[in-house]
Design a protein around this ligand. Sequence first.
Ligand SMILES: *Cc1c(COP(=O)(O)O)cnc(C)c1O
Length: 246
Amino acid sequence: MSTPENASTVATTEIEFRKALDAVYENIAVAAERAGRDPRDIRLLPVSKTVTAERMRAAFAAGMTAFGENKVQEAERKAEAMSDLGAHWAIIGPLQSNKTRNVAEFAHEFQALDRIRIARRLDNQLKEFDRTLDVFVQVNASGEETKSGIEPGEVEEFLEQLQEFENLQVKGLMTMALHSDDEVVIRENFAMLRALRDDISRRRPELIGDGELSMGMSSDYMIAIEEGATVVRVGSAIFGEREYSN
Ligand SMILES: *Cc1c(COP(=O)(O)O)cnc(C)c1O
C-alpha cells in the first residue's frame, strides 16, 4: 500500500500534533526503506494553508518549525502573528508580481518559480532588503494544460536565465503530480522529474544547486519518496481536511 491514511482526528494540541507528525515520519521511513534511502535525506514541509495561527503554534511546539503556504497574504499575516517563534516560511503557490515585495521581505523559500519576470523582481527586491531566497523551479511534469510550471524541455534554459539573479538560491525542482487515482500515472510524473534533475545535474551541475526534488503531497508522498523526493509538502495528513470557510 502506497497511499497513507490521513490523520483520523483533527489535531489541535501539541500532543495531538506530535502524534500526527510521528505517523507521517513513520510513513516517510517506510517509503525510504522501500527505496533504499536514508529517511534523513527527506525534508517534511508541513502545509498549513487555512490553518489558524493558534493551531500552528501548537504544531510548532510539536516540532514543526517550517510551514508551507500557497497564499502570500495569509502567510504574511501568520508570520507576523507568530514572529516570536522564528519559523521558516515557504511560499508554495503561484506568485503575482504585486506580491513579490512581500515575499522578498519575509519568506525564506519560494517553491513555485516559473517566470523570469517574477525572478527578476524578487531578486531586485531581495537586494533592497539584503536578503536571499531559496527557490525551486516548478515543472509541469504531468503535461496538463491547466497546471502551472515550466515545460520539461524548457527547464534547462530557464535555469540558465536564473543564474544572473544573485539573491535567488536555486535549490532544485518542484512539481505537482497529475490529480489522479492512478498510481502508475502519478509515479510516472515523479520519475520524470527525477530523470530531468539527474540529466541536468550530470551535464550542468552549476545550474541546479543541490538538485533537490520537491514532490509529493498527503495522497502521494510515499510514492514521491520512492521516486526520489527530497522534500514532501504535506498538509491534510497533518492538519486534517481544510476548511475554506474561515
Ligand atoms: C495544498 C498544497 C499541498 C498539500 O496538500 P495536501 O493534499 O493537503 O497534503 C502541497 N503542495 C502544494 C503546492 C499545495 O498547494
